[in-house]
Design a protein around this ligand. Structure first.
Ligand code: 6R9
Length: 654
């Protein structure tokens, strides 16, 4: 049955979807009310979905008021995350596929890894880590392609109580070194090469470069994945597959406290240094599992595919922890949407009979641009639900996704959340609320969004409101601190709007109470769904000897959502040239990674500054957006003429 919008442009789920869904509209309203009226009772009950070694007696102990921000859930309970994601499924799912691994090369065989095999491989890897001296609480950095070992390594760390920190394989050696050093990790797990879209990234080579800047105590465990030639440092490098083959096939799991950290994940903030977001064990898993089941309306036996990389939070919560805690079959994809051609996603959906498909708007937009004939070639009748994450989805992309991929019969869940939130905050539940293209709709259980006026910090009580998005109370999946810097944690998230968690996003609430995320209000930009701090790119640029000053802003980009626009002032006497532009682009790639390369780079003999020397980014943003009419007041500038110069030379290729 095809879903048609009603007069208000709302798409209601079909009666089949509603009838089969875990929650319908009445049940959503009832449970949401219960969750905010009595969080203690609601979460005590929901926490029973996971296995505890020692049951908790306390449920929620949280405080959002500085300077004592403290967040604890189920704090006296104990559990093991790996046991929850694997061992407890042995009774009923030993032979069920836990992970379907689809390699980059479409002609290479996919792997179906059962829960039994997952237990064995995770155990072997855990035993290798133990043999390398890894103890409870130690940090292990993963810099891996999307291969099964990434899942084994995450679960192996959890099994022995080590804290993993995954660094996306697209990051540079410098970025990797900074993360190893910031978390003081003992072990780096990497691979020889990362194949993606038919090309190979030299991960081991990058790891070698990174380790030059790290303590020589850091061991490097290497997965020989492609088998290509790599250099080898005896005494430091370990062949992981060889050691796993020799290790014992079972490793007992350790009893961890609910509040013990499960992982650190670095993400961009508005200042230069990335933030090491710390997630807990108990609360995180309860939240990841519950949201995975409800948002995707996951039922036993479904094949679920999230196309993210485990280097991002989406890969943590919705490829590994949420699905596996629920005993799901989760697809892990090594490749990219356009290799060998623009039909790859749909070929994989057909091949593995995927039921729930979860991806980013940027991927949808780029595939939309390549034509719907790529979708029509495949049988997508297994699909029941579609999801998006990472950035607002524009109505054109939503409609294309709905029409060509979902054939008008699959509900679309537009899930708003963040690295910091651990799981979905605002999202439709299929069958429970009609959707509107571009809106993340209503809050998940236990989440209390508030809209505050950005400058007065006054809470907007009316249903229709616009401002910054804060959350009034804690939910179990929330981050607990920033690694080694609780003050920065309080400063970044709880100081601007007293008593609230500040998301950094702007939003609008419409007359139906639906939330529309309007984008970041801080100096963070969202490029292809990846978070990037403008300050990070600026510090990479000014590290170049020919650059005197740089200012970076976002601008609207058809495919990426936002593009990176860099204004660069050169050192006195240095002449701009195309060669230098290329050199600077390569320099940024090298400092941070390919995702940080400026899309447009403009030479700026001067930057618009106030008399006190502060760069007026508002003006730079407007110029980058080609919106010269709305520059606003420029009278406070030290030298207003620089603005005319910048406008005259605006890069107009974008
Ligand atoms: C999960 C993830 C978080 C930022 C967030 C917001 C943007 C994410 C969105 C969305 C509109 C959605 N964002 N989901 N904006 N609609 N459905 O993406 O985490 O990488 O930390 O990014 O992404 O701006 O603040 P992360």
């Amino acid at each position: 049955m095809t879903i048609k919008p009603d007069a208000k442009g709302m798409y209601a789920a079909s009666s089949e979807v509603v009838a089969g869904a875990h929650v319908d509209a009445t049940e959503y309203a009832r449970r949401y009310q219960a969750s905010v009226a009595d969080p203690q009772a609601f979460w005590a009950n929901e926490a029973q979905r996971i296995d505890w070694i020692k049951p908790f007696t306390k449920v929620k102990d949280t405080n959002f008021n500085t300077p004592d921000v403290s967040i604890k859930w189920f704090e006296d309970g104990t559990l093991n995350i790996s046991a929850n994601c694997i061992d407890r499924h042995m009774i009923t799912r030993a032979q069920q596929t836990a992970i379907i691994w689809e390699p980059d090369d479409p002609n290479a065989p996919a792997q179906h890894i059962t829960y039994t095999q997952l237990l064995e491989q995770t155990s072997r890897l855990a035993n290798v880590l133990k043999a390398q001296g890894v103890k409870r609480g130690d940090r292990v950095v993963l810099y891996l392609p999307m291969i099964p070992e990434a899942a084994y390594a995450m679960l192996a760390c959890a099994r022995i109580g080590a804290i993993h920190s995954i660094v996306f394989a697209g990051f540079s050696p410098d970025a990797l070194a900074n993360r190893i050093n910031d978390s003081d990790a003992k072990i780096l797990i990497t691979a020889d090469f990362a194949p993606r879209g038919g090309k190979k990234t030299a991960l081991k080579d990058n790891a070698d470069k990174a380790l030059l800047h790290c303590s020589d105590r850091v061991k490097c465990l290497v997965v020989k994945h492609t088998g290509d030639q790599i250099s080898w440092v005896d005494g430091r490098d370990v062949d992981l597959r060889q050691e796993m083959a020799a290790a014992k096939p079972y490793c007992p799991y350790v009893e961890m406290g609910a509040e013990d950290p499960l992982f650190i994940l670095y993400t961009s903030g508005s200042t230069g240094k990335p933030k090491g977001v710390v997630h807990s064990s108990g609360g995180y898993l309860v939240y990841a599992a519950l949201t995975h089941q409800m948002t995707f309306d996951y039922h036993d036996g479904d094949i679920y595919w999230c196309t993210a990389d485990v280097g991002w939070v989406t890969g943590h919560s919705y490829i590994i922890y949420g699905p596996l805690a629920n005993g799901a079959t989760t697809v892990m994809f090594e490749g990219v949407p356009t290799y060998p051609d623009a039909g790859r996603f749909w070929a994989v959906c057909e091949k593995h009979k995927v039921n729930q498909f979860y991806t980013a708007p940027t991927a949808i937009r780029s595939l939309m641009g390549l034509g719907s004939e790529w979708v029509e070639k495949y049988d997508l009748s297994s699909l029941k639900l579609l999801g998006t994450v990472g950035e607002p989805i524009n109505p054109e992309a939503w409609n294309w996704y709905n029409t060509h991929v979902g054939k008008g019969r699959c509900p679309i869940v537009d899930t708003f959340w963040q690295t910091e939130t651990g799981g979905h905050l605002i999202t439709p539940l299929p069958g429970a609320m009609p959707t509107k293209p571009g809106s993340a709709t209503l809050p998940f259980f236990g989440v209390k969004p508030v809209v505050l006026d950005a400058s007065t910090a006054v809470v907007q009580e009316a249903t229709e409101a616009e401002g910054v998005l804060c959350i009034a109370d804690s939910w179990p999946g929330q981050m607990r601190t920033l690694w080694g810097d609780h003050d920065r944690f309080m400063e970044a998230y709880f100081s601007q709007y007293k008593g609230y968690y500040f998301t950094g996003d702007g939003c609008r609430r419409d007359g139906d109470g639906y939330y529309w995320i309007t984008g970041r209000v801080d100096d963070v930009i969202n490029v292809s769904g990846h978070r990037m701090g403008t300050a990070e790119v600026e510090s990479a640029l000014v590290a170049h000897e020919k650059v005197a000053e740089a200012a970076v802003v976002g601008y609207p980009h058809d495919i990426k959502g936002q593009g990176i626009y860099a204004y660069v002032t050169l050192m006195k006497g240095v002449e701009p040239s195309d060669a230098l532009r290329k050199e600077l682009e390569a320099f940024v790639r090298n400092e941070i990674g390919p995702i940080a390369k400026p899309d447009l780079l403009q030479w700026a003999p001067g930057l618009p500054k106030t008399r006190s020397g502060k760069i007026m980014r508002r003006i730079l943003r407007k110029i980058a957006e080609n919106d010269f009419a709305a520059l606003g007041d420029t009278s406070t500038l030290a030298d207003p003429s620089v603005v005319d110069e910048l406008i005259a030379n605006r890069m107009n290729k974008g």
